[in-house]
Design a protein around this ligand. Structure first.
Ligand SMILES: [Zn+2]
Ligand SMILES: [Zn+2]
Length: 247
């Protein structure tokens, strides 16, 4: 029923690029027009099989990155749809759209962005082995400011596409931490340590969990959430983000 309604809406309001608002052809596969899409660097192999960090040169084979060799993350695997543009690249379509989503509080972007995320990991056979999607929680104060948790909106679309239930109430953020983006990479781990707890009475024992967040930067937030879930008995935790920084 929902699909019929969506199709009807598309006829009345033809879909537009979520970045530049150019009209999209009816058979357009994605949310971005082709010229905006061309500017976005997708995360593709070769990459680190653990944290999903892509390597610049096509001739390299997949191999663990230095960070994962030195200090393996708690999650077994992380993947992302696109590379997050550099700070200086302020007009980049992906940066603009994520900014409007998170700071312009444009909740309607959750759906097209979540669909892109769901497409991101086809070779990963994403639907296998997951019992539950858990979005990275926001502190209630930030949730009140934004009016929605961007990770819940993204996770909902991934769950719809892959037919995995989502539970945004299992994991909660008990302390308000400084935004990771304001800290150095070294400060990010300690900043989120102890920030998350499992809600009383919720169980994750032996479950295959897919953690969903908007941006992977240092991996510290996803790592801390994973530690809490594994301590509560989760079987395996993998992570999926819309974008990831590539340093
Ligand atoms: Zn565009
Ligand atoms: Zn790695």
């Amino acid at each position: 029923m929902r699909d019929v309604f969506d199709a009807l809406l598309d006829t009345v309001f033809p879909p537009a690029c979520i970045a530049c608002e150019a009209w999209l052809p009816a058979d357009s596969p994605g949310a971005f027009c082709s010229s905006c899409h061309d500017e976005i660097q997708l995360v593709r192999p070769p990459f680190c099989p653990r944290c999903g960090r892509p390597y610049r040169h096509d001739w390299q084979a997949d191999h663990l990155c230095g960070g994962c060799l030195l200090q393996p993350p708690a999650f077994s695997m992380a993947r992302s749809w696109g590379c997050y543009p550099r700070e200086s690249d302020v007009t980049h379509p992906l940066r603009q759209v994520i900014h409007r989503f998170k700071y312009g509080r444009q909740a309607s972007l959750g759906k097209p962005l979540g669909r892109l995320m769901a497409q991101a990991c086809q070779p990963w056979e994403p639907a296998s082995g997951f019992d539950l999607i858990i979005p990275v929680p926001l502190h209630p104060r930030r949730l009140r400011w934004r009016g929605f948790n961007q990770s819940v909106l993204l996770g909902r679309e991934v769950g719809r596409a892959w037919r995995i239930p989502i539970d945004p109430f299992i994991l909660t953020r008990k302390t308000e931490t400084a935004p990771q983006s304001t800290l150095s990479l070294r400060e990010r781990g300690p900043n989120v340590r102890g920030a998350f707890v499992i809600a009383p009475g919720r169980a994750v024992a032996r479950m295959g969990v897919l953690l969903v967040d908007d941006i992977y930067t240092s991996g510290a937030t996803l790592n801390e959430c994973t530690r809490v879930l594994l301590r509560a008995g989760a079987g395996e935790v993998r992570a999926l983000t819309l974008a990831r920084t590539v340093s």
